[in-house]
Design a protein around this ligand. Structure first.
Ligand code: 48F
Length: 256
């Protein structure tokens, strides 16, 4: 016999237990795009308590749609290990590129992050940061539905030793941190803004720009290029994966 009220109770009991367990974590990652998912997997596999917060219902960011909705992505050889590690099949085109199925990529990036121990909260938005002693000490969150409807509902907070901004083109965590914290570690101290599409440069700079832009706050993926004033790129994703890997290793070295 199934009792509807019991179904309600099971959901709320489990969610509240898990929510309480995640109120203080090693790393919060805002944005479950390819960069955030890769960072989450590596950090969680290393034993860190990782909370990945995704604004939309479906994690995956800009990877689902491949290029102009043709569900294929391109990566370069330097990043192939990050597909191989989690069993994503790729095709060598023989001239320095690999292709992969974009839906397979998202499914396996997400599954591997969860299997490694990362917790994913979907339909939740990071809307602000906490700052203590000139260091980011956590994030301020609310239901995405609340944000979309602009209801006046006060948010809640999650404490974290490190916050990673993986919010893509918006770089929304760095943007709010700039407003609240003062200057970032960027050329002008501001969020520089992304430049127009140039894959060759963007793919290189996205890895170079991955780093701590304010104490306790690391920018990754397209957010790193947006913050540092570097170009966007099309559906070539190797840099995003390498950025997630670099950020995870950086945070692991800092947390030691
Ligand atoms: O945009 P997204 O995929 O970021 P990424 O990992 O990868 C960029 C590529 O997809 C693509 C590209 C390819 O070369 O340039 O754009 O850097 O994923 C960002 C995720 O962050 C979520 C958003 O819904 C998306 O899934 N997001 C954005 N703002 C917030 C957020 C927020 N404030 N709180 C939580 N999630």
């Amino acid at each position: 016999m199934i009792d509807d009220v019991q179904v309600t109770r099971k959901i709320f009991e489990r969610y509240s237990r898990e929510f309480l367990n995640m109120t203080q974590v090693d790393v919060v990652i805002a944005g479950a795009g390819p960069a955030g998912l890769t960072a989450a997997r590596i950090l969680a596999k290393a034993g860190k308590k990782v909370l990945l917060i995704e604004r939309k219902l479906a994690p995956g960011g800009g990877m689902w749609g491949g290029g102009m909705n043709y569900p294929v992505i391109v990566i370069q050889p330097e990043s192939k290990h990050l597909l191989d590690d989690i069993g994503i099949k790729s095709e060598d085109t023989g001239d320095g590129y690999y292709t992969a199925d974009s839906v397979e990529c998202v499914a396996k990036l997400l599954a591997s992050a969860i299997d490694a121990g990362a917790k994913v909260w979907n339909a939740v938005t990071v809307e602000d940061v906490m700052i203590r002693q000139d260091r980011i000490s956590g994030v301020v969150i609310n239901w995405t539905g609340v944000n979309l409807t602009k209801m006046h509902v006060d948010p809640l907070t999650i404490g974290a030793s490190y916050v990673i901004d993986g919010t893509g083109h918006d770089a929304s965590v760095c943007t709010v941190a700039r407003k609240k914290a003062g200057k970032l570690h960027t050329p002008s101290g501001e969020v520089e803004g992304e430049r127009s599409m140039w894959a060759e440069v963007g793919e290189q700079t996205v890895v170079e720009n991955t780093g701590e832009v304010y104490p306790g706050l690391v920018a990754i993926g397209m957010a790193a290029n947006a913050v540092m004033g570097a170009p966007r790129m099309g559906p070539i994703f190797g840099g995003m994966l390498l950025s997630g890997e670099k950020a995870a290793n950086l945070v692991l070295s800092k947390l030691k």
